[in-house]
Design a protein around this ligand. Structure first.
Ligand code: GLY
Length: 400
């Protein structure tokens, strides 16, 4: 009896309507997950205060290996340098912990010079996750200048002959583009909005269209690397770098593609991008190798499934992306995306993937895989898993 009289009002109380544009999605949130998230923000702020204590002044946290108790750091030019300030800012927003904000400001001064870095395609990750969030939280003219200069540097890597931004610098006749590059386009959309210069927008759309044409297989899984001919733009090779094999579905690559096309739809409202994002979601969520807790194996075709390692980072990116996709899709589909993203988030917030207070060198998540074929960052805590985990929690809370 007590059970029934408790559950009914709760069920009513937690039937929320989240309005987005012309569509609305009715979702029923899990009260215990909401409580876990609130506790997690506090715990995670304490974890990042621990992480910042051991950080050499000019360095950025990259990963932590619990087996060796080793923190690996990087310089500002490493592709992950924006995630640390980005996570600090996300946690500051939730906790108003001034120490986190001050630390973000300190490390962003070290990061700022990368606005002129034309040797990487990762400026979206590096500068938009950091300065983009700083600008959103408390705008300053200097952030705009830094972000616009970053967008110019990123655009300098675009080739009209290929119709894409170059990811990696290869041999002269090889123009290498990776699916991950979809994540750097958000910065370009921001730059057109703020500057009125449509060239950034056009580069983003052209890159996304070229990627849609060449990176995907008929089942909507994606290759990791496309090798284009630098002069003609012809596809010369489709292969992997971090996945199990050229024809396998490397989990994080699939996550980057999903997130990337959700952003493309948000920024352009072109239905073909929504269709693409939903097709990728269908591939992932209906895949027989997606485990019940919905945290993918590091590669959907890893040979030793079910003993293969999981990749928490891929789960975090997918969860964050699906919490946005569910708002754009038809309600019947949106509910499925929301439910899947919620399951992923519950798993990530459980002790299996969420670091216990004071462990993992201050990182928030555990069990990510960076580059298994190279034997680097295998089953460790990684900065980008933390960033997208916190983003997924924020997006879940935003349905309240
Ligand atoms: N290249 C980015 C990643 O490892 O996902």
């Amino acid at each position: 009896m007590i059970y029934k009289s408790f559950i009914l009002p709760l069920a009513i109380a937690f039937l929320f309507v989240a309005c987005t544009g012309s569509k609305s999605l009715q979702v029923s949130q899990d009260t215990s997950l909401l409580q876990t998230i609130d506790a997690s923000f506090k715990q995670d702020a304490a974890q990042y205060r621990l992480l910042m204590k051991d950080l050499p002044p000019e360095k950025f946290p990259k990963n932590y290996n619990p087996k060796t108790a080793k923190l690996e750091t990087s310089n500002s030019s490493w592709w992950c340098s924006g995630f640390y300030p980005g996570t600090l800012l996300y946690l500051y927003e939730e906790t108003k912990d001034q120490q986190l904000y001050d630390e973000a400001m300190r490390i962003m001064k070290v990061l700022e010079k990368e606005k002129n870095n034309k040797g990487t395609h990762d400026l979206g990750f590096m500068m938009y996750c950091s300065f983009g969030n700083a600008e959103r939280i408390a705008p300053k003219p200097e952030y705009k200048e830094i972000l616009l200069q970053s967008a110019r540097s990123l655009s300098s890597r675009f080739s009209p002959a290929v119709g894409a931004i170059k990811s990696w610098n290869g041999k002269p006749d090889e123009y290498l583009v990776i699916i991950d590059n979809m994540m750097n386009l958000e910065l370009l959309f921001w730059a057109t909005r703020v500057s009125g210069d449509s060239s950034f927008y056009k580069i983003a759309v052209t890159h996304a269209n070229t990627t849609m044409q060449n990176h995907f297989r008929p089942d909507h899984s994606s290759y990791h690397v496309i090798n284009y001919n630098t002069q003609s733009g012809a596809v010369q090779q489709k292969r992997t770098h971090q996945g199990y094999s050229d024809e396998s579905a490397w989990a994080r690559g699939q996550a980057w593609g999903l997130y990337g096309y959700v952003v493309m739809y948000r920024e352009t409202k072109d239905k073909k991008y929504l269709d693409k994002a939903e097709a990728i979601a269908a591939f992932l969520l209906n895949h027989p190798n997606l485990p019940a807790d919905k945290i993918p194996y590091w590669d959907f075709n890893a040979p030793n499934i079910p003993s293969a390692l999981r990749d928490a980072s891929a789960g975090a990116i997918m969860s964050a992306a699906l919490f946005e996709l569910c708002r754009y899709a038809k309600p019947s589909e949106g509910k499925k995306y929301f439910a899947a993203a919620e399951t992923m988030l519950k798993s990530l917030a459980s002790p299996q993937y969420h670091s216990a207070q004071g462990t993992n060198g201050g990182f928030l998540t555990q069990h990510s895989v960076g580059h298994l074929p190279a034997g680097t960052e295998v089953d460790v805590s990684i900065s980008y898993a933390d960033y997208y985990f916190v983003e997924a929690m924020k997006r879940y809370k935003a349905f309240e």
